[in-house]
Design a protein. Structure first.
Length: 192
């Protein structure tokens, strides 16, 4: 399990228009503990990374691993569109935008060279914190914070908005009915 250096860290990506993929610049190095860094520090290189909630694990390209001089630490069975393969793994540190660091990520190698990114941030990293994507006023915003701060519940937020607009004696917005089939008043349901 990757280690997140405390305290709370966050980043936000803002872009015009509705994005169909989230790509940020990252830096990657061989893994080390920032509390007791080695001398000299491992080489650190910049890459473009795709944020992918559909990927269970993070990956780095074979070419990028070679650039960093990484030595495989193991192998992992990978299920992908082309079938199943056995790929090398490397333990790395990710340096995300705004100084957000994730230490000790076991990243799997991918061999595709036709993509515009050299790394993929998967759910092993995204799941360590809170992640949200919104599109408001023609802008896409992606925010990520670690460690997780509090639960995000859009249903609860929507209910609060609906409740603030309700008259206490109106039928409840949820549509709940009595056993006889009559609508339940808001004041006896969500308005309690």
């Amino acid at each position: 399990m990757p280690f997140i250096k405390p305290p709370f860290q966050a980043l936000t990506l803002k872009a015009k228009g509705r994005l169909d993929r989230l790509i940020t610049e990252v830096e990657i190095s061989e893994a080390f503990d920032p509390a007791s860094p080695p001398t000299p520090l491992p080489m650190r290189a910049k890459a473009l990374a795709l944020w992918d909630t559909g990927a269970s694990k993070s990956v780095i390209s074979a070419e990028f691993a070679k650039t960093l001089g990484l030595t495989p630490t193991g192998v992992r069975e990978v299920h992908h569109g082309g079938g199943v393969s056995i790929e090398n793994t490397f333990v790395v540190n990710f340096y995300l935008p705004n100084g957000v660091g994730v230490v000790g990520v076991t990243a799997t190698e991918f061999k595709a060279s036709h993509t515009q990114f050299s790394a993929l941030i998967g759910m092993d990293v995204i799941g360590l914190g809170d992640f949200a994507v919104t599109n408001v006023n023609g802008q896409t915003w992606m925010s990520f914070r670690v460690p997780a701060h509090h639960a995000i519940d859009y249903v609860l937020e929507a209910d609060k908005i609906a409740c603030s607009r309700m008259n206490r004696n109106e039928p409840c917005f949820c549509g709940k009915k009595t056993d006889a089939g009559a609508p339940i008043k808001f004041k006896h349901c969500h308005g309690k």
